[in-house]
Design a binder for this molecule. Structure first.
Ligand SMILES: *Cc1c(COP(=O)(O)O)cnc(C)c1O
Length: 367
């Protein structure tokens, strides 16, 4: 079976370094928010090109903490609206609703699968305070028009950068394009920990200070609670491992790009819609996922499975159709629903074997 993502093989490449750093932490006797976390935050801020980076427990918390930080600053309040793409992963919405803010869903563009920037203005109301962009599948969702809309309407741009670490727009890295960004280091992400982890990046030092406190029970000084915070601290072990793996991220992203280019050059089944890199993103896509579309998606998935190729659907049910969002269930998003019916993610990983790529392409072309 060709695995969708061989995490064992991926992490094995660095196992000596990972084991060494893990042993260092074990022997140090300090396991949360210590020197390894400080060092990783510094490394991440430098990589992304922001003043501040704050480690936290996972990607969902990173996004939640950003909105909570803005609420504590008085930039937004309960009941305010945040614009978000309708076809994102549920975490983007949960970050909004967990803060008692209202998600305003906007359709994606059918070519890029990213938020349709031309449809943002019609969704803005008096209560809109932010646009959450999601660089879905590893492709940047940002342009001058988006920036202008945000500036003209006094809206914060929050980046959900869970899928696009290393991507850039005009040589500026994702995570530095908006006002604040949330990162996930879930094991399957382009920069994956060996457990859960996340981070926020921003140039806003006031916001960073609040987020740092909120993520640690709302304390700036131990046992003094300025905010009713959460427990969302980063582990020393994960921070150490992430600093090791960050050194190899550019190489890994380059390898993902080679796999993607091979698929793009060789899949020629007219029934299959290939992903497109939109103008401006040509060298910047980091291919977290390689997502194709077919009207016979379920049949294609079964056929590949039978022939030894594991694929995944990102995602089978859009957020507005989920049971947990009953009040959104009656909304209609035609493009989003079409995408969810037709998408299929092929194996893409920095260590995908050439023979496996050839086999996958051959199977798809014969479908
Ligand atoms: C993975 C992901 C998240 C959440 O990250 P976790 O670390 O799993 O909490 C948020 N948004 C998007 C788009 C993601 O892909």
């Amino acid at each position: 079976m060709i695995k969708f993502l061989d995490l064992q093989g991926l992490n094995k490449q660095y196992s000596d370094e990972i084991k060494n750093i893990t042993n260092e932490v074990i022997d140090s006797g300090w396991y949360l928010l210590g020197d390894k976390v400080k060092k990783f935050e510094k490394n991440l801020a430098q990589f992304v090109g922001t003043e501040c980076a704050i480690g936290c427990a996972n990607g969902l918390d990173a996004l939640k903490l950003i909105l909570r930080g803005y609420i504590e600053m008085g930039v937004m309040k309960e009941g305010d609206e945040v614009i978000v793409p309708a076809n994102t992963y549920i975490a983007s919405l949960l970050a909004i609703t967990d803060n008692n803010l209202i998600p305003v869903l906007v359709e994606p563009n059918i070519v890029s699968y990213n938020l349709d920037i031309d449809k943002i203005e019609e969704a803005i109301t008096d209560k809109t305070k932010a646009i959450m962009i999601v660089h879905l599948y590893g492709q940047v969702c940002f342009n001058k028009k988006l920036k202008k809309i945000a500036t003209d309407n006094n809206l914060k741009i929050i980046e959900d950068n869970a899928q696009a670490i290393g991507a850039n727009y005009n040589n500026l890295k994702t995570g530095s394009l908006g006002d604040a960004a949330g990162f996930s280091f879930y094991p399957g992400k382009n920069l994956g920990a060996l457990g859960d982890s996340g981070a926020v990046t921003t140039n806003d030092e006031k916001l960073a200070k609040i987020i740092r406190a909120v993520a640690n029970y709302g304390s700036e000084i131990k046992y003094k609670n300025k905010f009713s915070g959460l427990n969302s601290r980063m582990d020393e072990i994960q921070a150490g491992i992430l600093s090791v793996k960050l050194k190899y991220l550019n190489d890994e992203n380059a390898k993902r790009k080679e796999v993607a280019q091979y698929y793009l050059n060789h899949i020629n089944n007219p029934e299959i819609i290939l992903p497109e890199i939109i103008k401006g993103n040509i060298n910047s896509h980091v291919w977290h996922l390689f997502v194709i579309r077919s009207e016979r998606r379920d049949e294609l998935k079964e056929y590949l499975e039978k022939n030894g190729v594991q694929t995944v659907i990102h995602y089978p049910i859009p957020p507005h159709k989920q049971e947990c969002y009953k009040d959104l269930n009656n909304l209609k998003f035609k493009i989003t629903e079409k995408i969810h019916r037709e998408v299929l993610s092929l194996p893409i990983s920095p260590i995908l074997d050439k023979n496996d790529m050839v086999r996958i392409v051959d199977l798809i072309n014969k479908f």
